[in-house]
Design a protein around this ligand. Structure first.
Ligand code: ACM
Length: 785
């Protein structure tokens, strides 16, 4: 059923970039540069805010004024290409269009791009000199020159003054790591060629150089393979769970489809290469194979047909171990390899639970034939075979760290996602390693605890946590440290349905990844990064890169003091930027009250608050309005979820409407239970709960035993209220209906026993196994006698 949003303010979502700029201008900052931060006409910008921080910056005297008349000089095709890229980006982001001078032109006041192979400072390095007389960007290779141009572009966007004044300086710069990556998952939700190009553009601005493209998974096969057309015809479409998979006009199934043709892949690869980004394709084997097996059932182990999955999680569907299947894998790889000129090919290898191989007599027979002592050894044989096949095609195999569980060819590279252990083991065994630990670098985890976060995994990975991640494990012996190629942030997209949300998850956290990948460890400094970040946000606005506003907004928590008709409001900014507020409904300004301690307010009250940096708001202000009634209401975001074994808390979207905004719910998928800490029960007669349902679209594989569902005591289960937390006494209960009302919700009222008083932890949980749907709590209200 279609469920409508519970009504939390989503004002900023609709703003878009133009609206955001207007809102920021209205807040007292001024994108045109005439506000408090505008520069005097001859001043160089005070702060050289570059991300990633260069290896070395030497300030000098004076400044260079860049105008539309500044000549761009470049000799040779590669340098001219970089100069043209710089000019195009400058025109787009700064509105200045200097021209590329004719070959051989010279002169004062120019920007000169040059490749000098004699520069012996390593791949991707560059030197940038800015003096009042001109700018020189010199590098030993085209990539280094491109990165010099990206730094120059950042110098041209340090502020918003009308005059583009670059501070005189010398930068000597080179990356710390050769692998500075980002993984995009188009299998769960599909991203168009134009959107992938936008990702590439944004990566290039951050000097990231590797895009890992996760092209195959249970939910979708996303690359055209001419020899096997059904991979995309059948494997490229799924019917989304619940209402999301029904056409509202016809009531017929509405498939979710998408794949890249080989021509499109070539186009994207070339686009990336022009920005010095190598694309690593992933064909995930032997697990994550449902879509491929749905297309060609003979590749699987079951007699029953499969469809590309509309559920999330870990699936048991593995490719079988027939010689014909191995040849299929090789044929697919052979078609993919020529499309991707980079050195690496990713064969997945993750989460291949072996239940089907264990259960299949035929697989067991093949294991005996091939001499595999167990299922992991079987996977290792497959990996070894593919490694050899790839080497024969001039490619290096890379796989997720599960490939280490059996013998692994020495040349294989390991992508370590399950913490640091795999990385240590791999490097000690002599493998190269890319660090991509889920606990630090998975961008589908939410970045703040704000109720404004989009769907995702709410085990929060903050900007600081991403920033503080150190790719080289401290325990790793010095002589092995060279095996750490670098780091990569991964963005799985089960819960990311729109490009706006994809960008929200990526930025600003990818800026932190970029700094770790590029900047010498000794030059990293999180506090300093936060000081440089506001300039980067304004670059995002200039180049149309969406980013999360939640880290730059102000969150509020109110505690109601009912006896006195007052409340205490605690304000915070997730990144600890300064918070300023008003209580008279006015827009917070640079000179509004600075928040320093919880605010006592008399009800009704409105608090408007924004986070500021150097006199400018970092995001539109948020309003918090309180009265006695609103303080007795909690949304699911304002409640905790109950502790449960496995504890997989997700922030999930409703399945409808098919188009447009959908409600979002926090749910522990092992236990539908929420906790209202310290609920003020004085005079409370009942609790009203607004509840809805969403599809229970999870495959839990070996985590299934973690599901904790209290048995239902009536036909459809009940809403139980417990006092003193979730192990406390049941004090009220309401039977659940078979389904919510037509609007997707039902209001349930549970009468509470008389005589409750004081503050207590109330636990609200649904009983029964209601799959294929699950109840979700939208809002709870304490009702007075
Ligand atoms: C992974 O997150 N399954 C690599």
């Amino acid at each position: 059923m279609t469920i409508h949003s519970s009504g939390l303010p989503h004002r900023w979502r609709a703003l878009g970039i133009a609206g955001l700029l207007a809102a920021l201008a209205a807040c007292g900052g001024d994108p045109a540069g005439h506000g408090p931060a505008a520069q005097a006409p001859d001043a160089a910008p005070a702060r050289v805010s570059l991300i990633p921080q260069p290896a070395r910056i030497e300030p000098a005297q004076g400044r260079f004024v860049l105008t539309a008349a500044t000549p761009l000089l470049a000799e040779g095709e590669q340098a001219r290409t970089v100069a043209a890229q710089f000019a195009a980006l400058l025109a787009k982001g700064r509105g200045l269009a200097p021209e590329l001078a004719a070959d051989g032109a010279g002169g004062e006041g120019a920007i000169r791009f040059a490749i000098d192979p004699a520069r012996a400072t390593g791949a991707e390095s560059y030197r940038l000199d800015v003096s009042p007389q001109g700018v020189d960007v010199v590098a030993g290779d085209a990539a280094g020159l491109f990165y010099g141009a990206m730094t120059l572009l950042q110098l041209a966007t340090l502020d918003d003054a009308d005059t583009v004044a670059l501070p005189a300086l010398r930068i000597e710069d080179a990356p710390r790591f050769g692998w500075r990556g980002f993984m995009l998952d188009p299998a769960r939700h599909f991203w168009s060629v134009e959107q992938v190009k936008q990702v590439i553009d944004a990566m290039a601005l951050h000097k990231l150089n590797t895009l890992h493209w996760h092209l195959t998974d249970d939910q979708g096969w996303r690359i055209e393979i001419k020899q096997y057309p059904k991979l995309t015809e059948i494997g490229g479409c799924r019917i989304p769970a619940g209402d999301g998979g029904i056409d509202p006009a016809s009531g017929q199934p509405r498939p979710y489809c998408g794949f890249y043709t080989q021509d499109q892949v070539r186009e994207v690869v070339a686009y990336a290469a022009a920005r010095h980004i190598s694309i690593v394709p992933e064909f995930d084997v032997p697990g994550h194979a449902t879509a491929a097996i749905a297309a060609y059932p003979e590749l699987g182990t079951l007699d029953t047909p499969l469809v590309p999955s509309s559920e999330w999680g870990v699936f048991p569907n593995l490719f079988n171990t027939e010689e014909a299947t191995f040849r299929f894998l090789e044929n697919v790889i052979a078609e993919m390899v020529p499309l991707f000129p980079g050195p690496y090919f990713h064969i997945g290898g993750d989460e291949a639970v072996k239940d089907q191989w264990e259960a299949s007599a035929r697989v067991q027979q093949r294991m005996r034939e091939l001499g595999a002592k167990d299922e992991m050894a079987m996977q290792s044989l497959l990996v070894a075979r593919l490694e050899k096949f790839l080497a024969g095609h001039g490619k290096r195999l890379i796989g997720w760290d599960e490939i280490l569980e059996g013998p692994l060819p020495a040349q294989a590279t390991v992508m370590s996602w399950r913490g640091g252990e795999g990385a240590l083991k791999a490097a000690r065994e002599g493998h190269d390693v890319v660090m991509a630990p889920s606990g630090d670098l998975y961008l589908d985890y939410l970045q703040t605890s704000s109720p404004q976060e989009p769907p995702g995994r709410p085990a929060t990975i903050t900007l600081q946590q991403v920033y503080d991640f150190e790719p080289v494990p401290a325990e790793l012996e010095a002589e092995r440290q060279g095996h750490i190629l670098g780091l990569q942030a991964n963005l799985w997209t089960e819960h990311t349905r729109t490009f706006e949300r994809l960008q929200h998850h990526m930025f600003p956290r990818l800026a932190a990844v970029a700094e770790t990948g590029w900047t010498p460890a000794a030059r990293k400094d999180y506090r300093d990064f936060l000081q440089r970040l506001p300039a980067q946000l304004r670059r995002y606005q200039r180049w149309g890169i969406g980013y999360a506003l939640t880290p730059f907004q102000v969150d509020a928590v109110a505690r109601d003091e009912r006896a006195t008709g007052t409340a205490t409001v605690t304000l915070s900014n997730p990144l600890d930027y300064e918070v300023r507020y008003t209580t008279d409904g006015g827009e917070p300004q640079a000179d509004s009250a600075l928040y320093s301690a919880p605010l006592p307010v008399t009800l009704p009250a409105t608090v408007r608050a924004a986070a500021f940096f150097e006199g400018r708001p970092l995001a539109p202000a948020r309003d918090y309005a309180y009265d006695a009634a609103s303080l007795r209401v909690r949304s699911d975001e304002q409640l905790a979820t109950c502790p449960a074994a496995g504890d997989l808390l997700l922030r999930l979207e409703d399945d409808g409407p098919a188009d447009g905004e959908r409600a979002i719910f926090n749910l522990t998928i092992f236990y539908p239970c929420w906790l209202w800490s310290e609920a003020d029960l004085d005079g409370v007669a009942s609790i009203k709960v607004r509840a809805g349902t969403i599809p229970y679209y999870f495959q839990l594989a070996h985590d299934e035993p973690h599901r904790r569902f209290e048995p239902a005591r009536s036909a459809h289960g009940e809403l139980d209220i417990l006092a003193d937390g979730c192990e406390g006494e049941r004090i009220a209960s309401v039977p659940l209906p078979a389904a919510p009302e037509a609007d997707g919700f039902v209001e349930l009222t549970a009468a509470l026993p008389q005589g409750l008083s004081g503050r207590q932890d109330l636990c609200l949980r649904f009983t029964g196994d209601t799959r294929p749907r699950t109840w979700v709590l939208d809002r709870a209200t304490l009702q007075l006698r």
